[in-house]
Design a protein around this ligand. Structure first.
Ligand code: FAD
Length: 523
């Protein structure tokens, strides 16, 4: 029987950080188990190609249940199923969140996770291309920087945002988040720089680290209240892999609550219904699910250099020879953070500016050059849940987010649509803007915009908070990320966020995993 000191489930953003950090001690053995396979592919490497991974076997291809606030539509939720997890598939946008997010975590019971306490970890993670300072790091394994070749339409959109009244903010990951900015990305030399590149690759040759691909974990083995290993679907059927010290779940905000429930940790009544023997009755498992609703407006443009030209021979050569050009774009290259009403302590809305036609997750095409603006709700009030459908780990769980069922959320998104149009009406875009393709200029006024929001809002792939951290009785894990009611079991991934941060969620996942690695290693 295979046995290791630490068994980590999921080689995604968090799992790669943990495997890299925990295996730094040569006398500690670590196994990293991943359901997916290799991430070696041009689709992973070339930044502008990330939507081409959607619907492939490197994508879990989840769908929500019918969403009551979105006209009962089932919403597509891609997740990375490969080494690097979603960091091998994501859009590479590097956004930490707002200081208020982490101070809110600490106030809600996540002692030790306030902004001042997590800032050193954000700094430790990165090598920031513009150099280190009070807020930014310069020696970490993760390369963070500006786009190597910014599109002219992005510069015009950032200029137009200033004309519409937003302040230019050179670094939203520093003292203040508010304002309009150019997005920072996790790339090196114009290529994706995933968690696997940053943390796993340097550790790969260590003899105390075993990375097991194509290994689907079925459940945690719990005996006498202690997690002793995991059941894995290997080539010869189910196999028990033992953990001498700890099992660490890093299967992401959908996979982790599913595995907890399959292991008997979750709402007792629900587990009885599905036929799972209850180990720990905890109603918070799979509850409090949050995500960022995202609505795409698109306009035709006469501007040159949008991503409509990305697949030309010139751009392929520019990418292959110099690591530059349109193929290094992440589609969204600019962003803005703002509060849609007075009295908010922090922004509730983020705008993403896209240098291309982008609609329906990139599955739809358009015959002319275009650009996009996507209002994104970053402090949603709605909460959802993830529940088991069956006891088979291979069956996708039921997911409901209840997005746009709260009036405040709809109000913020309506304000976002109106602001996007106001930006496009500015002088900076006068020579290049064309007709509004989506939702179309005929959609005017609160009622029509709200209807369109319910018809077309999607998610920006940021599920969190389904095994939240906090005080006992109100959470799944404590501030040390240990699962309440079981010894030898922790959760380290985006499921432990007490609330979703105001911004794209990968950076905060890295921060959580870096801090967790210190706790686990006793540093
Ligand atoms: C298409 C897309 C675009 C995104 N764009 C951005 C962006 O630009 N910026 C940003 O900040 N964030 C972005 N995100 C979100 C960000 O990538 C995630 O928040 C982050 O990667 C979450 O990390 P995680 O470790 O919690 O989960 P993941 O990285 O998803 O890792 C979970 C891992 O566990 C594995 N796993 C799951 N179940 C099992 C099982 N039963 N057995 C074995 N292995 C299992 C999965 O295959 C996966 O490798 C995007 C996400 C997607 C999908």
């Amino acid at each position: 029987m295979r046995e290791y000191d630490y068994v980590i489930v999921g080689a995604g953003s968090a799992g790669c950080v943990l495997a890299g950090r925990l295996s730094e001690k040569p006398d500690v053995s670590v196994a990293l188990l991943e359901a997916g396979g290799s991430a070696r592919s041009l689709g992973v490497r070339i930044p502008a190609a990330f939507p081409k991974l959607f619907g492939t076997d490197r994508d879990w291809q989840y769908y929500s249940d019918p969403e009551p606030g979105l006209n009962d539509r089932k919403i597509y939720m891609p997740r990375g199923k490969m080494i690097g997890g979603s960091s091998s598939m994501n859009a590479m946008l590097y956004v930490r969140g707002n200081a208020e997010d982490f101070d809110g975590w600490a106030k809600a019971g996540a002692t030790g996770w306030s902004y001042d306490e997590v800032l050193p970890y954000f700094k430790r993670i990165e090598t920031f291309a513009r150099g280190g300072n009070e807020y930014r790091g310069s020696h970490g394994p993760l390369y963070v920087g500006d786009h190597r070749s910014r599109t002219p339409i992005t510069e015009q959109l950032v200029q137009a945002s200033q004309e519409a009244g937003l302040r230019f903010n050179p670094d939203y990951n520093a003292a203040h988040q508010e304002g309009v900015s150019y997005l920072q990305v996790t790339q090196k030399g114009g290529n994706r720089w995933s968690a696997a590149d940053a943390w796993l690759r340097p550790a790969k040759s260590r003899r105390n680290l075993s990375v097991l691909k194509d290994s689907m974990v079925l459940q945690v083995e719990i005996s006498g209240g202690q997690a002793t290993g995991v059941w894995v679907n290997g080539t010869n059927g189910p196999e028990l892999i033992r953990a001498r010290h700890e099992v660490i779940l890093s299967a992401g905000a959908i996979g982790t609550p599913q595995l907890l429930m399959l292991s008997g940790i979750g709402p007792a009544e629900h587990l009885h219904e599905v036929g799972v023997e209850v180990q720990v009755d905890n109603p918070h498992v799979g509850s409090h699910y949050q995500d960022h609703p995202f609505f795409l407006l698109n306009w035709e443009t006469t501007a040159k250099g949008t991503l409509a030209e990305a697949e030309s021979i010139k751009q392929l050569l520019n990418y292959a020879v110099f690591g530059k050009g349109l193929l290094t774009s992440t589609v969204a290259e600019g962003t803005a953070f703002l509060a849609t009403k007075p009295g908010l302590a922090a922004p509730d809305l983020q705008l993403h500016f896209g240098a291309a036609y982008f609609h329906n997750h990139g599955f739809d095409t358009y015959p002319k050059p275009a650009f996009a603006i996507a209002p994104t709700l970053v402090a949603p009030q709605s909460r959802g849940e993830i529940r088991l459908r069956t006891t088979d780990a291979a069956d996708h769980p039921s997911i409901v987010g209840n997005h746009l069922t709260e009036k405040a959320d709809v109000d913020a998104m309506v304000a976002g649509v109106e602001l996007a149009r106001e930006i496009v009406a500015q002088q900076a875009l006068a020579g290049v803007r064309g007709i509004e393709i989506h939702p179309g200029s005929q959609i005017k006024g609160r009622a029509a915009i709200e209807k369109s929001l319910r018809e077309e809002t999607e998610l920006i792939y940021h599920p969190t908070s389904t095994a939240r951290m906090g005080a006992p009785g109100d959470s799944v894990v404590g501030p040390d990320l240990r699962v309440h009611g079981v010894t030898g079991l922790r959760v380290v991934d985006a499921s432990v966020f007490p609330t979703i941060p105001r911004g794209n969620t990968n950076a905060a996942t890295y921060m959580v995993a870096e801090k967790a690695s210190d706790m686990i290693a006793g540093r």
